[in-house]
Design a protein around this ligand. Structure first.
Ligand SMILES: NC(=O)c1ccc[n+]([C@@H]2O[C@H](COP(=O)([O-])OP(=O)(O)OC[C@H]3O[C@@H](n4cnc5c(N)ncnc54)[C@H](OP(=O)(O)O)[C@@H]3O)[C@@H](O)[C@H]2O)c1
Length: 334
């Protein structure tokens, strides 16, 4: 195992702004706390929240790394004295508290999972953020059960592709929205029972034609004008899970629907949850989703990879929404 260098390469947000504010710099290598591991990063997933952070719309929690990057795959190179599960040399995937866009990254030991066998570094790095978010929202908050119907917005996104596969594995029926015919085809290939091109007519009307009685769960990343449409699309005792507001966090809602059909409106962000809460999500993901990954029933689709120095290009692609699935940074050769 090579010595840990005191300096490393990482990508910094130099000022809030467009992708051009991302700059590759030399920084001090972080050190692991008592219950943390230091990971030599081989690959780091790119997620939409990284773009929001870069643009200044997603404040970094005070205890987090200021560098972007919420998930990595790599090799443990140091472990704090309180860490029992991982040893130097173990290959792990991890949900990170920022800092993934770097050669070395610290993660809580309880937020690391074993690297699924047979997956490349790029594939492994693309799993944690979407698996944690989807499991927590669909299973914990949304209580999606076999035989139920779920509407997943943004079906071709990193989150959407995972949500479609997880929902199908749970035995649910899936309807999804996406912004082109090709994206809809892709969602169907992943297992969506129905894919609605929201740029080609009113998805709410189309969904009503498919499920006149409504869906049991909505996983929504759009917000704004979708809020009332989602509320109307829910069946009695339906659950509305908000994870983002691509079209804004404000909406006028007729709460009469909530009363008459006993709806639950909920939501969450992963990043702001406590270390303990994220450890519990990690354990649930390992219990429920890792067997699906091992069986090839939950697979990751990599749309494009970039080097660390090309992080700005990765953000440009993500913000163009031209991608299907995940975008990943290749940080070091495996
Ligand atoms: N709450 C949490 O814990 C949490 C965690 C991770 C991510 N997120 C959020 O989840 C979302 C997805 O993240 P990601 O990393 O998977 O990003 P991503 O791959 O860039 O996905 C964004 C998707 O939204 C779709 N979209 C945009 N406007 C839409 C509309 N009006 N109707 C339907 N779809 C629309 C885009 O595709 P098309 O428009 O072309 O279909 C794109 O596929 C982001 O908003 C992110 O901030 C939340």
């Amino acid at each position: 195992m090579p010595a840990i260098p005191s300096q490393m390469r990482g990508v910094e947000v130099t000022a809030p702004g467009g992708p051009e504010v991302l700059a590759e710099v030399s920084l001090a290598t972080p050190t692991a706390g008592a219950e943390e591991v230091l990971i030599r990063v081989l690959a780091a997933g790119v997620n939409r929240p990284d773009c929001l952070q870069r643009a200044g719309h997603y404040p970094v929690p005070p205890d987090a790394s200021p560098l972007p990057g919420l998930e990595v795959a790599g090799e443990v190179v140091a472990a704090g004295e309180g860490v029992t599960r991982w040893r130097v040399g173990d290959r792990v995937v991890a949900l990170t508290h920022g800092g993934g866009y770097a050669e070395y990254c610290v993660a809580d030991a309880g937020h690391c999972l074993p690297w699924p066998e047979g997956l490349s570094a790029v594939e492994a790095a693309s799993l944690p953020e979407t698996c944690f978010t989807v499991h927590y929202n669909l299973v914990e908050r949304g209580r999606l059960a076999a035989g139920e119907r779920v509407l997943v917005h943004g079906g071709s996104s990193g989150i959407g592709t995972t949500a479609i596969q997880v929902a199908r594995a749970l035995g649910a029926e899936v309807a999804t929205t996406a912004g082109s015919a090709a994206k809809c085809d892709y969602c169907r290939e992943l297992g969506a029972n129905h894919a609605l091109n929201y740029k080609d007519g009113d998805w709410e009307e189309a969904l009503r034609g498919i499920y006149p009685e409504g869906v049991d769960v909505v996983l929504d990343m759009v917000g704004g004008p979708y809020v009332m449409k989602n509320v109307r699309s829910l069946a009695a005792d339906g659950r509305y899970c908000m994870i983002a507001f691509l079209m804004g966090p404000k909406a006028e809602v007729n709460f009469g629907h909530v009363l008459t059909r006993r709806l639950t409106i909920t939501g969450s962000t992963l990043r702001t949850q406590s270390v303990a809460a994220k450890r519990a999500i990690a354990a649930a993901v390992e219990r429920d989703l890792w067997p699906l990954v091992a069986a090839g029933r939950l697979r990751t689709h990599i749309h494009a990879t970039f080097s660390l120095a090309e992080a700005a290009r990765a953000h440009e692609l993500m913000e163009s929404s031209a991608h299907l699935g995940k975008i990943v940074l290749e940080v070091a050769p495996a």
